[in-house]
Every structure is written in structure tokens, then in C-alpha cells.
Ligand binder design. Structure first.
Ligand SMILES: Nc1ncnc2c1ncn2[C@@H]1O[C@H](COP(=O)(O)OP(=O)(O)OP(=O)(O)O)[C@@H](O)[C@H]1O
Ligand SMILES: [Mg+2]
Length: 299
């Protein structure tokens, strides 16, 4: 199937923004093994009704092997939360699970609610209504996330039309949004390969924020960029969520980035959250050995 044949639009731009190997297919609950699901075993703790996102006892497994185990955390509306941890600790899988975009072959159990609405077990149809509208996501590699055969302006406009904006309005709005992230007017007519890495990441951010999502998830959005461009993109992320009142889940290896962008941080190790707290506290006085080592390694 060529890029042109690929079905477009039904996921609000996020279908193009999948990491390699991921396929949007709704949530797959773990099957087999014990008849008791982890939901039966571990009822979710008290729900705070003002939470935007509540993750409770999230477990992601490959066969019998747990890759993410019993992860629970909350994000309040407008809150900016960092997720740090060594390579392979389960950060991206956690983000993919929230989006309902786990790679093939992996299963999930537990609970993920957005404004109290359960996403685990939700149909692909329900999830695609949320993705790109209530949930926006920016991945590390913009080139794999953008459609190489479609002009940038159209990709941004499509993120709006799939969620109900009329085409003419969406075309105009796409230009406004691209302008807002500092991209020149001609960008709308460009193809992704005609842009720099930093410009492509701005386009992805534009798509992710196009519908003013309640939660923006960024998975290492600046790792592939050089330092000055990184700073510009980070500023745009911070400004984008602030202007819209969106909450942010920001994944990175870079503790300095967490300190500049986030209020609270979660530390992930071997598929578990081992520490969480306000950024200043966790980075200046880490309680867990693992966090201490991460902080020392970053100095
Ligand atoms: N499709 C898959 N099938 C099997 N195992 C996987 C799959 N994707 C990820 N894993 C494993 O799950 C674990 C967590 O992966 P994940 O991508 O979430 O790590 P990460 O914290 O994002 O790492 P990095 O910082 O390198 O991006 C790793 O051990 C990885 O090898
Ligand atoms: Mg990752």
C-alpha cells in the first residue's frame, strides 16, 4: 500500500503519528491465564473527581512478561507532569497505552480514565473520537509520524475536519496555527521532506494541539533536534499547553527539560513508578536510590 492509498483522517492526524509497529486497534485486554483480571483483584483507589487522567494498576504484558506493572498516577486539568526513567523502563508503552495505541502483540489491563470515562476496553471508534481531539500526542520521530505524500497545511486541516470543522474553515485555521508556531506561510504548501527536523516537529505539535486537547502527551519530542532548536520547540510546547489550559505528560531522559517544563515528575523504573513528587523536591532531594542515580548521572 502506498502512502497515497493509506486511509486518511479518521484518527485526527494521530493515525499518521504512530510509532513504527503500532496499530490503532482499540484496547486489548489481557486474556488467558488467571480468570481473575487485575481489575477484579485490585479495585481502583479513590477517584478524585477533579482528575483529568487517572491511571490505575496499569499492566502491559508481552505474553506472560510484564513490561509495565501496576502503574498508577493522576493528572489534574492543566497540570504539567514529567515521566522520566532509563531506556526500556516503560515510558513510551505507558503513553501508547493511554492513547490506545499499543504495538501489536502487547496486551493491557487495569484502568485508564479520562474525565472519569474508562478507556480500557473502549472500542477503536470511541478512542478515535478522543485521539486528536481530547488527547494529542507528539512522538519523537516526526518523519515517521507525518504523511510524506501530503502537504503540511492539508495534514493540519485534516486534524480539524475529522473532528467536525468545515473544510474551508479548517484550511484557514491550519494557516493560523502554523503561523502560531513560527512557521512561514509557505510551509502550508510544503511536503514534510522539504522541512527541517525542528520544523517538522512544530508541524506535529500543531496537529497535536489543533483541537485544543485536554491532555497533550509528548514522547521525547526534542531528542532528535539540536540544542537551540530543542529550546524553541520546548517553549512552543509550554506555550501551547498554557494558552489552551491543556494538561501535559512529558516523557524525556533529560532532567533539565523536566525542570523547565513540568511541575510534577514521575520516575519509572523497570515498568513501575518508583517515585513521584514536585519537580524541585524530586530533583533536589530524591528519595529513591534509582532517582538519585538518575539525578547524579545528569549533573
Ligand atoms: N512491541 C514490543 N514487543 C515486546 N516488547 C516491547 C515492545 N515494545 C517495547 N517493548 C519492551 O518494553 C519495555 C519498555 O519499552 P518502552 O518503549 O516503553 O521503553 P522507554 O522507557 O520508552 O525507553 P526509551 O527511553 O528507550 O524510549 C522495553 O523492555 C522494551 O524492550
Ligand atoms: Mg520511549
Amino acid at each position: 500500500m502506498t502512502e497515497r492509498d493509506r486511509p486518511q483522517g479518521h484518527l485526527g492526524g494521530v493515525d499518521r503519528a504512530l510509532p513504527r509497529g503500532a496499530r490503532p486497534s482499540g484496547w486489548r485486554r489481557e486474556t488467558g491465564g488467571s480468570p481473575e483480571s487485575s481489575l477484579d483483584q485490585a479495585p481502583p483507589p479513590d477517584r478524585h473527581h477533579d482528575d483529568l487522567l487517572a491511571v490505575d494498576g496499569l499492566r502491559i504484558a508481552h505474553g506472560d512478561v510484564a513490561l509495565v506493572d501496576d502503574v498508577s498516577f493522576r493528572i489534574a486539568p492543566g497540570e504539567r507532569v514529567g515521566l522520566i526513567g532509563a531506556s526500556g523502563s516503560g515510558k513510551s508503552l505507558t503513553a501508547s497505552a493511554i492513547m490506545g495505541l499499543l504495538p501489536d502483540g502487547l496486551s493491557a489491563a487495569g484502568s485508564v480514565t479520562l474525565r472519569g470515562r474508562e478507556l480500557v476496553g473502549a472500542s477503536e471508534r470511541e478512542l478515535s473520537r478522543l485521539r486528536g481531539k481530547d488527547l494529542g500526542m507528539v512522538f519523537q520521530e516526526p518523519m515517521t509520524a507525518l504523511n510524506p505524500a501530503m502537504r503540511v497545511g492539508r495534514q493540519v486541516a485534516e486534524a480539524l475536519t475529522v473532528h467536525g470543522t468545515a473544510r474551508r474553515r479548517a484550511t484557514a485555521r491550519a494557516r493560523e496555527l502554523l503561523d502560531r508556531v513560527g512557521l512561514p506561510e509557505r510551509t502550508a504548501r510544503a511536503y514534510p521532506h522539504e522541512l527541517s527536523g525542528g520544523q517538522r516537529q512544530r508541524v506535529l505539535l500543531t496537529i497535536a494541539l489543533a483541537n485544543d486537547p485536554a491532555l497533550l502527551i509528548c514522547d521525547e519530542p526534542t531528542t532528535a533536534l539540536d540544542v537551540t532548536v530543542q529550546a524553541q520547540v520546548l517553549d512552543l510546547v509550554a506555550e501551547g499547553v498554557r494558552d489552551r489550559g491543556s494538561a501535559l505528560l512529558f516523557i524525556t531522559h533529560d532532567l533539565a527539560v523536566i525542570a523547565s517544563v513540568c511541575e510534577r515528575v514521575l520516575v519509572c523504573r523497570d515498568g513501575r513508578i518508583v517515585e513521584e513528587g514536585p519537580v524541585e523536591t524530586v530533583l533536589s532531594a530524591p528519595e529513591h536510590d534509582y532517582t538519585r542515580r538518575l539525578v547524579e548521572a545528569a549533573l
